[in-house]
Design a protein around this ligand. Structure first.
Ligand SMILES: NC(=O)c1ccc[n+]([C@@H]2O[C@H](COP(=O)([O-])OP(=O)(O)OC[C@H]3O[C@@H](n4cnc5c(N)ncnc54)[C@H](OP(=O)(O)O)[C@@H]3O)[C@@H](O)[C@H]2O)c1
Length: 338
């Protein structure tokens, strides 16, 4: 178990990370999808993959202009000609479903690496057109939906990898108060409940949900699965993540980042590492920090944490079954019962 330690956070931020050369692989013939690769850590992770001669490198993004600019930028800086942009908007379940359908048709029947990187950080309650709080849908529900819809293809591909981008911010959630409600996700989406005060803690909670989902999925993988699933913490990095944060807290983040933040290139190494390095035995279901397996927060390991993980899995699958009928088949046919 790992208690939250400010000292460890500071010391991690000042410690160098290994160069990608230490774990890079030849990706000839491999298909890589990076979600949220138009800017920030996703762009830099995609750029690293582009240097490894990927068969196909798909930038799954919602903003056409910056996604096309990212394709050109990656082509220009790496010479990679196999990079392309596909549209996906995680604030729409229909868009996630459409992406998966397109991948089934045009993806070439294999998916070697799926990096689920896209996320938002906001303290403002906003409902998506689907009716969910925006960070819960973007960071957790749609991210989970994409993983499940692409799971049949991942599980047909030898030695495939599914990497979620989590965060050390999950340590901040010492207890998920919403677990006192009969339905955790319903409570987290409830507009009346989500006051300004509650929303202050929303981003760390969404990252805790990534962790619980990774662990729950890993526990359900059948014996002999080809898929390795893990979750990477890039640490505090310069990026556009705090673009939606307003008010006094902006000054706090600006100062904190000026002193401590890694560049997006350095932070992206943790993502590339999680998607390429190690093997199933060492990485399955693991949380990676500083390019190595580390323990999650005490809460994740607590009896309550384990119970909450199972409840969240059940609630997530129940919601997603209603959004895309393929989910039920994936859970029934390709996963074990927890
Ligand atoms: N930066 C840090 O200090 C830090 C620390 C720990 C973990 N992380 C994690 O690292 C990951 C990348 O974040 P970042 O720091 O690189 O932030 P960023 O620069 O804001 O990038 C976020 C990415 O997610 C995409 N995205 C957001 N909403 C989306 C949606 N509805 N549909 C599709 N894509 C969407 C963004 O696309 P648009 O540009 O089109 O909005 C962008 O590509 C996140 O999972 C974050 O939680 C970051």
């Amino acid at each position: 178990m790992a208690p939250y330690s400010r000292l460890k956070f500071y010391s991690d931020q000042f410690t160098s990370l290994p160069s990608v050369d230490e774990f890079k692989k030849d990706l000839t013939g491999k298909t890589v999808v990076v979600v949220g690769a138009n800017v920030g850590l996703g762009l830099e992770a995609a750029r690293h993959f582009a240097t490894m001669n990927p068969g196909r490198l798909i930038l799954a993004c919602r903003t056409k202009s910056t996604a096309e600019a990212a394709v050109e930028d990656i082509q220009r800086t790496t010479g990679c000609k196999t990079v392309e942009y596909w549209h996906i908007d995680l604030q729409s379940f229909a868009s996630v479903s459409a992406f998966a359908t397109r991948f089934e048709k045009e993806g070439g029947g294999k998916l070697d690496i799926l990096v689920e990187n896209a996320a938002i950080a906001t303290r403002k309650y906003q409902k998506t057109p689907d009716g969910y709080e925006s960070s819960i849908q973007t960071n957790h529900l749609s991210t989970a939906l994409l993983a499940l819809l692409l799971f049949p293809i991942l599980s047909k591909t030898p030695d495939s990898r599914l990497t979620f981008v989590g965060s050390g911010a999950h340590f901040v959630v010492q207890r998920l108060e919403e677990a006192d409600s009969p339905k955790i996700l319903e409570k987290l989406n409830d507009e009346e409940y989500c006051t300004e005060e509650v929303m202050k803690g929303r981003y760390p909670i969404s990252k805790l949900l990534n962790l619980f989902f990774t662990r729950a999925l890993a526990e359900r993988l059948p014996l002999g699965t080809s898929v390795t699933v893990d979750v990477a913490n890039p640490g505090l990095c310069h990026s556009q993540l705090t673009r939606n944060v307003k008010g006094f807290i902006v000054i706090f983040y600006t100062i904190l980042k000026a002193i401590l933040a890694r560049s997006t290139e350095v932070g992206s190494r943790t993502i590339v590492h999680a998607a390429l390095a190690g093997d199933q035995q060492t990485m399955q279901g693991k949380y990676l920090n500083m390019c190595q397996v580390e323990e999650e927060s005490d809460y994740v390991y607590s009896e309550e944490g384990k119970e909450v993980q199972e409840r969240l899995w059940g609630e997530t699958i129940e919601i997603l079954k209603g959004k895309d009928e393929r989910v039920e088949g994936v859970v029934r046919e390709l996963l074990r019962t927890g």
